[in-house]
Ligand binder design. Sequence first.
Ligand code: OGA
Ligand code: NI
Length: 368
Amino acid sequence: MATTAPTGSPPSQPSLTHPPPPRKLTSVKALSESPGLSSIPSIYTFPKQPNHEPVSDTKEPIPTIDFSLLISSNPDERSKTIRELGKACRDWGFFMVTNHGVPERMMKAMIEVCREFFELTEEEKGEWEGKHVLDPIRYGTSFNPSVDKILYWRDYVKIFQHPAFHSPSNPPSFSEIALEYSKRTRGVMKEIVRGISESLGLEDKYIEKASNLEKCLQIMIANLYPPCPQPELAMGLPAHSDHGLLTLLIQNDTVGLQVLHKDKWVNIHPIPNSFLANIGDHIEILSHGKYKSVLHRAVVNERDVRISIALAHGPAADAAVSPAPMLLEDGQNPLAYRAMKYKEYVELQQSNKLDGKSCLEHIRNRGI
Ligand code: OGA
Ligand code: NI
């Protein structure tokens, strides 16, 4: 084999004539902006071409919940909306939320300031490159590059918003916008969780109390999916369920989210100015599987940058929730899910491959 250095020479020392050691991983943003990029590196290429799986052509729209009716003082309106909410959780696990009261300009400002964050230099963003999955601010690419064999076409920043609020110091306006946005979104979440509780036949505050929602772990996950020259070979995020109770997602006007419904992937076209809500694994646990967390994924496209911001709301970090005993039917195992502290569950999900509902399977007790 040819060698470029004489054998026996000492290992080269870093010097100015050598390029600096490569950064651990390039962001897909930087990659997508490389001049003349016409194909994607093989590390991003899925052999099974996930985007070629059939996508349902069903025109059945995902359910919409009018938030103003959910909090209505008219008991008939409210109970009708709670029934619709229950049906949406049972049939889809995903629904749009309209008339939620969070100002449109606040949602837009949140998306814009996240865009500005991703536009910082790699060095600036590198300051928040997470070391541990429970670090309160964590910037990165793919899902978990230390275990992802094929990388996902996605950069992200995850920021804990509650019970302690964190924010990157740059862009300077991030903190003010995120503080207000996360607070308002938490208010929406709380009302929906109350509605879900009632729709299960539980007291409206049951889930709130069981999961200590006062101290809920609220994580902002901002996702950037840059244009991809071969979108049919790449994946933004693989099929997964969310770990918490309820996720509320907004996005710019580029589609890319798909939900598994009746065994088919369905493209989601959100109504402008609405939240896209989905229930997570901890509602499945609490409801003893009456409402199931639903698989979803993000696909990418050739032309447009897509930005989505998910606010994941889970129980308090130290809360370990179990199925509500009153929802158990005769013969059902009250310990169907092994109780685990929420922060340990998050750590488990975030430290492994993102793989369907594998974490929920991990804590599920089979048989009696
Ligand atoms: C997530 C997620 C989907 C999207 O961040 O958990 O599912 O559309 N995102 O970005
Ligand atoms: Ni998700």
